[in-house]
Structure formats: C-alpha cells, structure tokens
Design a protein around this ligand. Structure first.
Ligand code: SAM
Length: 353
C-alpha cells in the first residue's frame, strides 16, 4: 500500500484498481502514512496557513428536490427565509471587519433572486470590497447567466458535481435533474474564467467504491481550483433520512488523495466533517485540507439552513465562529490567513518561480 501511496505522491494519479484498493484499505498505519504525505504536500504549498471563507447562506428556498437535502423543495418542515441585499451587505461588512477577504454566497436554487437582483448584489459587494473575492454557490445556470455574474464581479463558483456516475446520480435526484448538465456547468464556469470548485458527498446512499473512483477521475479531467467534499449526513424530512451517515475515515482518506492528486487545490475541511466528529475539521486539516469556512449568516436564520441533522455552529455569532476556528487551528499548529487566497495553477506557479 505504501508503494501505491508513494506513486500517487510522485505521479498524482493511479489506475482504477489502485484507487479502489487505497479507498478500501483500513490499515491504520497505511492511513497515517497517507495523511502524512498529504500534509507534507499542503505544507509545501501553503505552509501552516489556513484560508478562511465567510459563508453567507442567503436563501433556503429551493426549486430542486434532491433526495438527500434538508432544504429540498418538498421538505415541509423547513421554515423558509430569504436575506435582502441589505442583510447580505451587513454580513459582508461584519465579515470584512473580522478579516474575511472571501465571501461565499450560497443558497438553494431560488428563482426569486432574478439575474438582475443577483447582479445588483454582486456588483455592490464588488464595489464596496474591491480587495475581496466573491464566490457563488447558487446551482445550475446557463453559460450566459454565469457570464453575467462573472462580469458583475464574481470570481469563483462552487458547484459540487455530487457524483460523476449518471446511474448513481439518478438514485440521488429526481428525473428532472441531470448529472451530465451539472458536470457540463463546471466546464462552462472554467471557460468563463471562474475558479471553479466541484465535489461530492462521501458515503451518499448507494455510493460504491467504483463511483468514488469515477469521481476522482472526473476531477482529474476537470482540474478544478477547489474541491468540496464532506460526509453525507441524513436530514429529517427527506427520503434518505434513515440512511447511514458517511464515514469519517473515508472522508479523511479522500481529502488526502485529492491533496496528492492536486497539490495546490483549495480544499475545505467542511462543517459536515465537524458535525460527525468533535475534531472533524482539525482532522481534515491534518489530512491535507487548507480552507475553513466559518459562517457569516445572521444567527436568526442559521438554524433554518439545515442541509442535514445536527449541523454545528448554528447558534454562534460570526465573530465567535471565527475565533473558535482560529483557536482550533492554533492548537494543531496552524494559523488563519487574512487573504483572498486565490488558486494559482501550477503552470502559473512555475512561471512565477
Ligand atoms: N444550490 C446550490 C447547489 O446546488 O450547488 C448550493 C446549495 S447545496 C444545499 C450545497 C451542497 O450541500 C450540495 O452540493 C450537497 O453536496 C450538500 N448537501 C446537501 N444535503 C446534504 C446532506 N444531507 N449531507 C451532506 N451534505 C449535503
């Protein structure tokens, strides 16, 4: 197994069979070796610095009905909310004072926010915070829409592909949604010039090792700037509320594999990871992640953006979230970085020397 890990470290890719074996190994020593190698690579690129992104969950209305998601259209238990432009700008103001230089606007796919409304919000943030990055995570749109948001000032876009396998995708989504379109959106985003982030849930219902290998090979083809992965966690009021949550070790293993495949990719240690283990986010960093995403949403709405059960940090003020994460990172020898934290492709890094 160590030989396979070293090959991944040196060549950044494995064949399907080797990826499968690595994903299925449970040997504690091999796993520790994998984490160590991945940590080595992330330390080489980012030192002991961890980027922070301020997450603003601005709407929990969604036109989609993904079987796993707590804010799916059909979940009658969800108390719906939308933030106004002023609310969003207040979150940014608060975040800026706390040292955030990236704002992530995330929401359900909510058509109430027309293109005009979104452009108005994005351009106001861009005008007020010229030194900040704006990340959108608002689902599938057309090329023309993505382009308009980019021109208005958005720099990055998170759109997890969820699963690269179309049959598996169909088991997670109703028939009006298509995995092919979702993957296609990611290539469009890259063409436009966004730093694009893909990703998937670890341990989603019906996920096989082969599916995960396909996810890794899809990522290799896409060459994303960011990869968002976290464990699947069941959400009350969804068709998947009785499924097992995703496995901690498999999630950590995947963070390491992704770090070894893409040495300088922006890789968050997610809230979902922190939800399934009290030190999940620290373990994620120790497995090669280099980003954390404290919440900047107003506390009044936090509990309503319940993608899954028992989500952490739903009661804390933004300042508490930030200082809590700063303290947690310090304890494991890392420092939070006040910086936009852009992705630099390896070709550019080579040119920059
Ligand atoms: N609407 C946007 C989109 O479709 O990309 C962004 C919001 S969506 C709720 C953000 C992500 O939450 C999804 O890509 C999915 O991977 C994750 N998510 C949803 N339900 C989850 C669950 N039960 N457990 C873990 N992650 C979940």
């Amino acid at each position: 197994m160590r030989e396979i890990i070293d090959r991944l470290y040196n060549e950044r890719i494995l064949n399907q069979e080797e990826f499968g074996r690595l994903l299925e190994t449970t040997d504690e020593f091999d796993m520790q070796y994998l984490f160590k190698r991945a940590r080595e690579v992330s330390k080489k690129h980012f030192g002991n610095k961890i980027y922070i992104r301020g997450l603003i969950e601005f709407t929990n209305y969604c036109r989609n009905d993904c079987y796993y998601c707590g804010i799916r259209k059909s979940n009658r238990n969800t108390d719906r909310y939308r933030l106004s432009k002023d609310d969003i700008l207040k979150c940014c103001e608060n975040g800026y004072e706390l040292g955030f230089r990236t704002f992530v606007l995330q929401g359900g796919d909510d058509p109430w926010y027309s293109d005009e409304k979104l452009i108005d919000i994005i351009s106001d943030i861009r005008a007020k915070y010229a030194d900040c990055a704006i990340t959108l995570s608002i689902g599938e749109k057309t090329f023309a829409q993505y382009e308009k948001f980019f021109r208005a000032g958005a720099d990055r876009y998170l759109l997890r592909h969820e699963t690269a396998d179309s049959e598996h995708y169909k088991k997670l989504h109703p028939s009006d949604m298509s995995g092919e379109n979702r993957k296609d959106c990611l290539f469009k985003l890259k063409d436009i010039g966004y730093q694009a982030g893909a990703g998937f849930m670890v341990g989603s219902p019906y996920q096989s090792t082969e599916n995960v290998v396909e996810d890794l090979l899809f990522l290799k083809k896409l060459k994303p700037a960011m990869v968002g992965i976290g464990p699947f966690i069941p959400a009350a009021g969804t068709p998947f509320d009785q499924f097992e949550r995703g496995d901690l070790n498999l999630t950590l293993k995947l963070l390491s594999i992704i770090r070894l495949m893409f040495s300088n990719v922006l890789l968050p240690s997610t809230t979902a990871l922190g939800t399934i283990h009290p030190y999940g986010r620290e373990l994620g960093i120790m497995a090669g992640a280099n980003v954390v995403m404290p919440n900047l949403s107003p506390t009044s709405v936090r509990k309503k953006y319940m993608l899954y059960d028992n989500k952490i940090c739903t009661g804390d003020e933004a300042a508490e979230c930030r200082s809590c994460l700063e303290g947690r990172m310090k304890k494991i020898g890392y420092e939070i970085m006040v910086d936009r934290g852009d992705f630099h492709s390896e070709e550019n890094e080579a040119k920059e020397g």
